[in-house]
Design a protein around this ligand. Structure first.
Ligand code: BTN
Length: 336
């Protein structure tokens, strides 16, 4: 039924805020007007509000405030994206589900979404707090033509494209903290986790996971993470319609991955990163494989490594690891 629902929602969205006649929907779907009415009743239960006027038709007045599969699918179609979408009320982790689907042979690209994760995970074996509804937990799965050496750069690339898209959609001053944090007003609004299966020197498949605090009430989270976290709605002071926003992210992510694999704009990437670079010019402490290093962040190299100018003036290039801000500002991790 969800395909039928997606088509009904799509016809209503296309005409919104105008009306669509029950007849037109029934004809499009090849079902009776009574069947259309019955589907609309079911959609009401899912949180939709419709206005119905006799001899005129139906109008979409309100959509669910949580992620809803048929609605997301309808938005994706409206935005011209054909990627497959799997949406669940709850999962262990969207990255894990995407990995299972890839292992089962599902055609990529596809998106996995959920409103709650029981075992959301972050980088370096950390947990990603995601038991409550209101936020977006998204994984995009690809079988890309990509060297495993480019994975670090890929995460930064996706981050910049998501950051740009979100800035445009929400008009908020979002920034990126190398290597995987989305930052807003000095707090963490989201995080990225890229995981891949590698064969010799090629990437068999890849999952890009993105957790974004959209409407969640971060202030009610456990004390250890509440202070360092922020949601888009918290910053904006009003709820954010999560379904169109998430559909835009799916479209953006699929396109960004395609461009990355084709090398479109990759040479100019360090300059683009600079626009969103939260660390630039700041004193940071890096915790890498070779111990702790302190220095001023000077952007990224072409391969995605973080450039640090150490106290003795030497440039240190950090390929992996974790960084925290030096002396004056702190950014608490959202992961516990
Ligand atoms: C981090 O900041 O350490 C990365 C966090 C990534 C969290 C997202 S939520 C969707 C996807 N599924 C997961 O289990 N993790 C990622």
């Amino acid at each position: 039924m969800s395909e039928t629902d997606a088509i009904i929602i799509q016809s209503l969205l296309k005409k919104a805020p105008g009306f669509v006649s029950g007849n037109a929907i029934a004809e499009e779907l090849g079902i009776s007007r009574v069947a259309v009415w019955a589907r609309l009743e079911k959609l009401r239960e899912a949180g939709f509000v419709f206005e119905a006027i006799r001899h005129t038709g139906y109008r979409l007045v309100e959509e669910p405030s949580e992620l809803y599969g048929p609605l997301l699918r309808a938005y994706l179609t409206l935005y011209g994206c054909t990627a497959n979408l799997l949406c669940y009320p709850e999962l262990d982790s969207t990255n894990s589900e995407a990995e299972r689907q890839l292992a089962d042979g599902r055609e990529a690209p596809f998106a996995v979404l959920t409103s709650r994760q029981r075992q959301g995970r972050g980088r370096l074996g950390r947990k990603w707090h995601s038991p409550e509804e209101g936020n977006c937990y998204l994984s995009l799965a690809f079988r890309p033509q990509m060297s495993p050496r480019n994975m670090q750069l890929f995460t930064l690339w996706m981050g910049v494209h998501f950051c740009q898209e979100l800035q445009n959609l929400c008009r908020l001053p979002l920034m990126l903290k190398w290597p995987n944090d989305l930052v807003l007003h000095m707090k963490k609004a989201g995080g990225m986790l890229t995981e891949a299966r590698i064969d010799a020197d090629s990437t068999r498949d890849l999952v890009f996971g993105f957790g974004l605090n959209v409407n969640g009430r971060c202030e009610e989270w456990p004390e250890t993470i509440a202070n360092g976290a922020i949601s888009l709605a918290g910053a904006k002071g009003e709820p954010i319609p999560i379904n169109p926003l998430t559909a835009r992210l799916v479209v953006c992510g699929v396109r960004a991955c395609d461009e990355f694999c084709r090398g479109v704009g990759v040479d100019e990437f360090p300059a683009l990163w600079e626009r969103y670079d939260y660390l630039k010019g700041k004193m940071v402490k890096a915790h890498g494989d070779e111990g702790d290093i302190q220095g001023i962040a000077e952007g990224i190299e072409e391969n995605g490594a973080l450039r640090l100018r150490a106290e003795d003036g030497d440039i240190v290039r950090l390929r992996a690891g974790d960084v925290s801000l030096g002396t004056t500002e702190t950014l608490a991790p959202k992961t516990v």
